[in-house]
Write a protein that binds this ligand. Structure first.
Ligand code: GDD
Length: 336
């Protein structure tokens, strides 16, 4: 029997990879999107280009319980992947209230609608390594206490416990993924990895003369989003709902990311990166590195792309895409 899945946040990086993956597996895929996305498909549905004609989109707002509820009255789902969120940590410092409203109430609305209408539907909550924040142990695993350092982190801790509470109180099969940073050529430009690879491509093509960044010493465990959405799916295939860390187990600084990314096009980052005090955060998460032993053992999940491979893929994609927009001739990379 064909399974049916609902993805909230389907227009984002993870949503688009997950939609493609579930389609490959033979799922009927539905997505919750804001009405404005349907009105501006070129800008807002660009990541779904490859599969738009094979998915079903439903306009709704995570600000409105009624609109979320309505989707669950129209269609039965076997699985619901709740990825929609205000996911940019820096923005959560600028506007903590709307981050909390979308991330906490939005999650609560989906859970409450499921409880009311489809209590057997398996639910995935997109938890985050930002929940560990000021880390209490290294590496971080499922049992590591949370200590969030931003309104975003606080909202994700609340969402995590909401999902856990619906599992314990109402027997809804809710699983929490605690995903460490995951990137790809589809990453939004506001996140540091894409900001760097886009900057590298612009500098290489003569479209920019510097890249302004904040804290270069922060360390993150960076994996590839395509690998991470497979872990989400595996979580919902288990007989019992549970919580899993998803990470590579390697950590690198923003500085190392710059070094590799600029090196990929034969440049030295020290010649191009300038400090921008404005993008330092009021409270920083200094070091993240995950221990995904549980996911490897129980889900049989393994990441397939390492740090070097990820940086290379992102730089090449940005050079290629900007070249096709601005140059007729292909640009030679460093030759590696
Ligand atoms: N965005 C950004 N822009 N970050 C910068 C910059 C800059 O110019 N310069 C330095 N950084 C540092 C930030 O201070 C942070 O320490 C690190 O780069 C990574 O920042 P982001 O790429 O914005 O990601 P994040 O780690 O804060 O959060 C991401 O990962 C989480 C999982 O741990 C987001 O995807 C979250 O939604 C996700 O939950």
């Amino acid at each position: 029997m064909k399974k049916t899945a609902l993805i909230t946040g389907i227009t984002g990086q993870d949503g688009s990879y997950l939609a493609e993956y579930l389609l490959e597996l033979g799922y009927e895929v539905h997505g919750l999107v804001r009405r404005v996305a349907l009105e501006q498909p070129e800008q807002r549905l660009s990541r779904l280009q490859g599969c738009l004609d094979r998915i079903h989109l439903h306009p709704a707002s995570l600000d409105s319980y009624a609109s979320v509820f309505h989707i669950f009255t129209k269609q039965q789902f076997d699985e619901c992947y709740h990825l929609a969120a205000q996911s940019f940590v820096a923005e959560s410092f600028a506007d903590g209230f709307s981050t909390m409203a979308t991330n906490i109430n939005g999650t609560h609305y989906v859970l409450a609608a499921l409880r009311e209408l489809q209590p057997k539907c398996r639910f995935y909550f997109a938890g985050s390594s930002e929940m560990f924040g000021k880390v209490r142990e290294t590496p971080q695993r499922e049992t590591t206490p949370f200590h969030p350092r931003s309104p975003y982190g606080v909202s994700k801790v609340a969402g995590f416990y909401l999902a856990l509470n619906y599992r314990e109180a109402y027997d809804i099969p809710c699983s929490n993924g605690i995903l460490f940073n995951h990137e790809s050529p589809r990453r939004g430009f506001e996140f540091v990895t894409r900001k760097i690879t886009d900057g590298v491509a612009r500098i290489k093509l003569g479209l920019a003369s510097e890249l302004r960044l904040g804290n270069l010493e922060a360390k993150r465990d960076w994996g590839h989003a395509r690998d991470y959405v497979q872990a989400m799916h595996l979580m919902l295939q288990q007989p019992e709902a549970d919580d899993y860390v998803v990470a590579t187990g390697e950590t690198h600084s923003v500085r190392e990311f710059c070094e590799l990314a600029f090196g990929e096009v034969g440049l030295d980052y020290r010649d191009w990166v300038r400090k921008n005090d404005a993008v330092y955060r009021p409270a920083e998460v200094d070091l993240l590195i995950g221990d995904a032993t549980k996911a490897r053992k129980i889900l049989q999940w393994e990441p397939t792309v390492n740090f070097v491979g990820l940086v290379r893929e992102m730089v090449r994609a940005d050079v290629e895409s900007l070249t096709s927009q601005h140059h007729e001739q292909p640009v030679a990379l460093s030759g590696r």
